[in-house]
Design a binder for this molecule. Structure first.
Ligand SMILES: [Zn+2]
Length: 444
């Protein structure tokens, strides 16, 4: 299938993305795409050239999809430590410098060619189209495009490509976002759901009714909006109620350079097989079955600046293979349960900080929160849910315990903090992302 202005094959502007029902044909196409990608990294990327040579691997070792596991995984730490060695294109062809956060304190650079930017535009264009956004929509993006962030840039390029009017709001305060909404009258809001909710609450408190401002769609980025059974989390439901518009989930990261977007049926983000190869792996490195949680491992296809092979995202999610009512036959990815390195062992169950926060955020009276893990003397995890009340003195403790019991199935220690303390620790200025989790287990 040819069809897009970028020259990339595949879907365009919401056309259905159908895979062949023939399993063997599907696997052959996926193998050919991966083989071409491995040839590219083997010849052009010093990092992979060295690693393949050390392991005695050649592109022709990939004869079927099963052979992919012979090829090494790439970690966030590899990308950070050997950053320069990932450059696979002539330095003069780099058009954009993107930075991502890293554990070492030195950010990781993701260098993008002009062709990578076209690919990014194509990716975001079809992600928007998948969610039902199209020409004639005015899209306000409350995600940063400055300070070398990729997200805001990708939304801008994709929206322009699709024929939308773009409002580059950036990651402002609720007051700034609301002001721009009033001035530019967008039909679509793109942003982190917790920030969209804060904006709606800010507007409501100021005496406005956000649902009367013509917003037709909310596109959530950066945070899960559904529980693993695909039900809307309370904060997402409250967003829908206050804005009077449906919320769609997207899942993406700078390293992936690809978006998994929900269609109108909103039951998991559709895979774009021409843009990314997806694996979901268990602790033993083997793929897990549909519906089973595992680590998301991606091979973004068609990236030329810093191509990656089998990149470990650290995110835990599940694969959904049931047919989608929209008719697309590609698999989908379920909500991200959390980060692999933030997995907690609590009273015999596995727990993610996001599960606790997702259960209670959006509840009237709760301004937000974060989770802290400490170590009990017996070696088990001690989990504290720090919550900020919207107004001091009005702590909805009983209701919160009930919600945790029903939605997270555990009730950890709850510690109430002031909105100021919450802002200072979780969302204060200078933080690239909201802090959801503090791991104090190694510091006692
Ligand atoms: Zn669908």
């Amino acid at each position: 299938m040819e069809g897009s202005r970028t020259g990339l094959p595949g879907d365009y502007s919401g056309r259905l993305d159908l895979q062949s029902a023939d399993e063997s044909l599907r696997r052959r196409v996926a193998t050919e795409r991966l083989r071409a990608h491995i040839e590219l990294v083997a010849t052009s990327s010093p990092f992979y050239r060295e690693r393949f040579s050390r392991l005695g691997l050649k592109p022709e070792n990939l004869r079927s999809l099963e052979d992919l596991k012979r090829f090494p995984l790439t970690t966030k730490d590899d990308l950070n430590r050997f950053n320069d060695d990932f450059l696979a294109a002539p330095p003069e062809s780099i058009a954009d410098v993107c930075l991502t956060s890293a554990t070492t304190g030195t950010p990781t650079r993701l260098l993008q060619t002009a062709s990578d930017l076209s690919r990014l535009a194509y990716n975001e264009e079809i992600a928007f189209a998948m969610a039902g956004i199209g020409p004639g929509d005015t899209v306000l993006v409350s995600a940063a495009a400055d300070r070398c962030f990729m997200a805001g840039l990708a939304y801008f390029l994709g929206g322009v490509s699709l024929g939308c009017r773009m409002v580059r709001c950036g990651s402002g305060s609720p007051a700034q976002i609301w002001e721009l909404i009033r001035v530019t009258t967008p039909t679509v809001l793109v942003g982190v759901p917790s920030l969209l909710l804060k904006t709606a609450l800010f507007a409501t408190e100021a005496g406005f009714e956000p649902s009367r401002y013509g917003i037709k769609k909310l596109l959530a980025i950066g945070e899960a909006i559904r529980s693993p059974d695909l039900k809307l989390l309370p904060a997402a439901a409250r967003n829908e109620e206050l804005w009077g518009a449906p919320i769609h989930s997207t899942y993406a990261s700078s390293e992936m350079a690809t978006t998994f977007a929900e269609c109108g049926h909103r039951c998991g983000g559709h895979l774009r097989p021409e843009l990314i190869h997806l694996e979901i792996l268990g602790d033993n490195g083997e793929p897990v079955g549909p519906g089973e949680p595992g680590e998301v491992v991606v091979t973004p296809l068609g990236v030329t600046g810093m191509p990656l092979l089998r990149y470990r995202t650290g995110d835990i999610a599940t694969l959904i293979t049931d047919p989608c009512p929209c008719g697309r036959t590609t698999p989908r990815i379920g909500p991200v349960a959390g980060r692999k390195d933030q997995m907690l062992k609590y009273r015999g169950t596995t727990l993610f900080p996001g599960t606790l926060l997702g259960a209670v955020e959006g509840t009237p009276g709760v301004a937000g929160g974060y989770v802290e893990a400490l170590l009990n003397p017996d070696g088990t995890d001690r989990v504290i849910l720090h919550l900020a009340a919207e107004m001091s003195g009005a702590v909805p403790e009983a209701g919160i315990r009930e919600l945790l019991r029903a939605r997270a199935r555990v009730i950890p220690e709850i510690n109430w903090i002031t909105p100021e303390q919450y802002h200072e620790i979780s969302t204060g200025s200078g933080k690239r992302k909201r802090i959801l989790f503090i791991d104090s287990r190694g510091k006692q």
